[in-house]
Ligand binder design. Structure first.
Ligand code: GAL
Length: 876
């Protein structure tokens, strides 16, 4: 069937029609071996032509690749948030986790740092990234944007774009549309030239234009709508041979598919009956901001959300993020997004598997894949099984059947009848039955182990620090920019640095009352953001910070002034440019005033409109003090740290040898205040020991999840550890440079390895009812199906101790299990005997294994916490 959408050219077919690719293969079969070489040649041409034509299409059920509808599980990995050396490992873990697709944005500001100057090197080597995914046998969803959002600096837009005459971002504006089309074309051409679209035999099966434009389009009205339709048409016109999507854009015109983003998407329907239901951002956790808490999303709820979407008929789910990674350098958006973009994703910031999230989702994916033939063939038949319970059954014409049994009640377990069988459904959970009979997975039953990670410092190298004082005394004299009044920060810095100095002089008469014991004057500075350090006559007099929610703030401090001329130097700090919000490109940063001194004889003196001098960036930045080539440009001082502690505006340098092994590395910056850190000239990112403020409570997986629900880390620095990619260090003499704004204790900085410290397993014995069903349905010995405790340390580690073991009624979670009223005395010895010295072990939960029943007629469980220790050589 050919659909006549406004711009549709793709061939779509219903479930009863045979796709072109299948017709060809039928015809191929009829070709006899005796065909002449001419017909063989024709056949070759035909197949070749077919390959060129087939590409990727879709229908109401799913994305269709090579004639096959597919249920696709995807995960976001943003290439510049890790290093090229990490990509292969991350992608392999994603594949092993049951993913088919890797999704990424394309980061314009990384690729075109100045107009027409392109960068596709290193972490920005997009082609290498896409080819790495291809090599792993996976697909790519390329979100060209070019607007990304993504908690990325300026939402992915280059800052120079703001200064294109007459420009207005993301609306019906010619200069913007021209630039956007130029960059989109650049990326599409690059992908085409490397043969990377599926239509060319490459891995890219989908693309995205714009990002979550719907909410903005509603605000902007007709120009918004005009821009959105232009963007869709422009993208489709690029003829990639694969579909384009627009996420959160209800009006996406044909043939562009509108898709859903959110914590849940089961209420979502595409805007046309012939488009598949796709979930482009299933939020696996949430991002972190300095001064905020860490957000965790329980995997039981994430799995529930995904199963709920699939049972409704959804056929594409992308975890945002699957690996969040790191906002290296000054790439964090903002303001105040942390350097870590861990996101509580299934693969942690460091590239290590996060359990049980990773493993539980892997099992979910396996269960979904078992259902795939039925899922793509049919629409679900929905039946009520109780007030809060439903079954969704998919039956294919060929006799396949898959069922999803859901209990939406967040509080109570439900016992339901389905196909004349009893099923027990934990609260807020979905059971998956790929044959409509046997439960292979329940979203709330986590069978895989939990692992806890540690940062181990190993042999502490005491670093020999040297310092350089970012001298503020002569700043004003060297200033190249002066003006009457206050200037917007990004207009001056063009975001080449976080820092802009605002400097002025204040003449104080010797007759001022405060000079004779009166109250000191107060300086009041209104700032448009994001942070401010106030220096009076070279001394730090106070600092004030905005927040992500409100970047603007008023700084108020009592100041020490003397008779005569006083120098006021305001160091305004940008902490990542905004990445979201209507026309965020026009939001101001910096000290816009008013600035006034209160408490003088004359009352208030307004400084706003006097002469101000400006200095972009730090002296140390201008001299490249962070890089191995730049460090020689100044005289460093041997730091006697006891004296130097808490000194603002200080550069620190030290050399260190890399710890042995291949575990990921992290810097402990918890003893420092706020600033930036580099290793061998590579920027690790911004650091700040701002303490997390929020509501940290125990949280249940059950019930609707929102980002404030499961917070951790209250009262501690939001981010203490900073990822140092292994490929950025050499064995010896690595240069570590720190710029500290407010003061810290550099002797507290250390480098640690990240590894699995303990693994836990917490598995319930079978409820007698479940046991009977299992035996009934499999007709095999009960022993084979009894649940087991599995423990597995990372490669290169083995189990050195059993920290906790209880067969009985233990309580608590990994890291703080406690014995309950019922406890088998043999618990420790059984686990120790089986597991110590092993990398992995398993113990079946059976009374016979524990030498008897510690409490008959009570449903028991086994909870274990085992210590993993490295079996490789310690540090050299
Ligand atoms: C979405 C957006 C993503 C990211 C996410 C929050 O709305 O599309 O790019 O910003 O929110 O992490």
């Amino acid at each position: 069937m050919k659909l006549k959408g406004p711009t549709t050219t793709w061939t779509l077919f219903s479930s009863t029609e045979i796709p072109l690719s299948l017709q060809i293969s039928k015809r191929e079969m009829e070709i006899k071996i005796s065909v002449s070489s001419i017909s063989l040649f024709l056949l070759f041409l035909m197949l070749h032509f077919h390959q060129m034509q087939c590409g990727v299409t879709y229908d109401r059920k799913a994305i269709i690749i090579n004639g096959q509808r597919r249920i696709l599980i995807s995960g976001s990995i943003h290439y510049p948030r890790s290093t090229p050396e990490m990509w292969e490992g991350l992608i392999k873990k994603a594949k092993d986790g049951g993913l088919d697709v890797i999704q990424t944005y394309v980061f314009w500001n990384g690729h075109e740092p100045s107009p027409g100057n392109y960068n596709f090197e290193g972490r920005y080597d997009l082609v290498r990234f896409v080819k790495t995914v291809q090599k792993a046998g996976m697909y790519v969803h390329l979100r060209v944007g070019p607007y990304a959002c993504a908690e990325w600096n300026f939402g992915g837009f280059p800052v120079w774009l703001k200064y294109v005459p007459g420009i207005s971002f993301r609306t019906d504006n010619e200069p913007f549309k021209m630039a956007m089309q130029g960059f989109t074309q650049k990326i599409v051409d690059l992908m085409k030239s490397e043969g990377l679209y599926e239509s060319q035999g490459g891995p890219i099966i989908l693309s995205q234009i714009e990002n979550e434009y719907g909410p903005l389009s509603n605000v902007l009205g007709p120009p918004g709508h005009a821009y959105m339709t232009w963007a869709a048409k422009m993208a489709v016109g690029m003829d990639t041979g694969v579909p384009w999507v627009m996420c959160k854009e209800d009006d996406a015109p044909d043939p562009v598919i509108n898709t859903c983003n959110g914590f849940y998407c089961d209420a979502f329907d595409p805007n046309k009956p012939y488009k598949p239901a796709m979930w482009t951002e299933a939020w696996s956790g949430w991002f972190t901001e300095f001064g905020g808490t860490i957000h965790k999303r329980p995997v039981q709820d994430l799995a529930f959300g995904v199963a709920r979407f699939i049972q409704k008929g959804g056929s594409f789910v992308n975890y945002y993020m699957y690996h969040g990674g790191t906002n290296f350098g000054r790439t964090a958006g903002g303001p105040f997004i942390t350097t870590s973009y861990d996101y509580d994703a299934p693969i942690d910031e460091y590239g290590l598997i996060r359990q049980p999230k990773y493993g539980h989702l892997k099992e979910l994916h396996r269960a979904i894949k078992l259902c795939e033939p039925a899922l793509v063939a049919a629409d679900p038949i929905v039946t009520s099984l109780g007030t809060y319970q439903q079954s969704h059954v998919f039956s294919s014409a060929s006799g396949g059947c898959a069922a999803f049994l859901a209990n939406y009640n967040p509080n109570d377990i439900a016992r339901v009848m389905f196909n004349n069988m009893h099923y027990s459904l934990p609260p807020w959970s979905i059971s998956i039955l790929p044959d409509c009979r046997n439960v292979v997975f329940n979203t709330a039953k986590v069978g895989v182990q939990t692992s806890q990670m540690q940062m181990s410092v190993g042999n502490v190298q005491s670093l020999s620090w040297e310092t350089y004082d970012e001298d503020v005394s002569a700043l004003e004299d060297n200033s190249m920019i002066t003006s009457v009044g206050l200037l917007e920060q990004v207009n001056i810095t063009r975001d080449t640095s976080d820092y802009l100095w605002y400097m002025t002089s204040v003449e104080i008469s010797s007759s001022e009352a405060f000079l004779r014991g009166g109250e000191r004057p107060t300086l009041i500075v209104q700032s448009a953001g994001h942070a401010l350090h106030v220096f009076i006559n070279g001394q730090l007099s106070g600092s004030t910070y905005g927040s992500r929610e409100d970047r603007r703030f008023v700084h108020t401090s009592k100041v020490n002034l003397r008779a005569g001329a006083n120098r006021i130097a305001l160091l305004s700090v940008a902490m990542g440019l905004p990445n979201v919000g209507a026309h965020f490109e026009s939001w101001s940063t910096g000290v816009l005033g008013p600035v006034a001194l209160h408490g003088l004889n004359e009352g208030k003196r307004d400084l706003t409109w006097q002469k101000w001098s400006y200095q972009v960036g730090l002296k140390g930045e201008a001299m490249n003090l962070e890089s191995p080539n730049g460090i020689a440009s100044v005289e460093w001082m041997q730091a006697s740290l006891a004296v130097q502690k808490q000194q603002p505006l200080t550069w620190y340098k030290a050399y260190f040898d890399a710890p042995g092994g291949d575990e990921p590395l992290a810097l402990d910056m918890g003893s420092m205040g706020k600033g930036q850190v580099w290793i061998n000239g590579q920027s690790i990112g911004r650091y700040w020991s701002a303490v997390a403020n929020g509501m940290c409570n125990e949280c249940s997986y059950a019930g609707t999840y929102r980002a404030p629900k499961c917070q951790t880390g209250c009262g501690q620095p939001t981010q203490r550890w900073y990822h140092v990619p292994r490929s950025w260090v050499q064995p010896n003499r690595n240069l570590l440079v720190v710029f500290e704004e407010i003061g810290g204790d550099a002797s507290g900085i250390s480098l640690a390895k990240r590894s699995v410290s303990t693994v836990c397993s917490d598995v319930s014995e079978w409820h007698p009812m479940i046991k009977n069903w299992h035996i009934e349905s499999y007709g095999k010995s009960e022993e084979i199906h009894r649940p087991k405790v599995h423990l597995r340390c990372a490669p290169g580690q083995s189990i050195s101790a059993i920290k906790f073991a209880s067969f009985g009624t233990p309580s608590g979670t990994c890291g703080n299990f406690q014995q309950g009223a019922c406890h088998s005395q043999n618990s420790y010895s059984v686990l120790e005997k089986r597991c110590i010295g092993q990398q992995r072990c398993a113990v079946t939960i059976a009374m016979s294994n524990f030498g008897g029943d510690p409490c008959p007629n009570v449903l028991k469980r086994v909870a274990v916490e085992a210590v993993c220790t490295s079996t490789t050589q310690p540090n050299p």
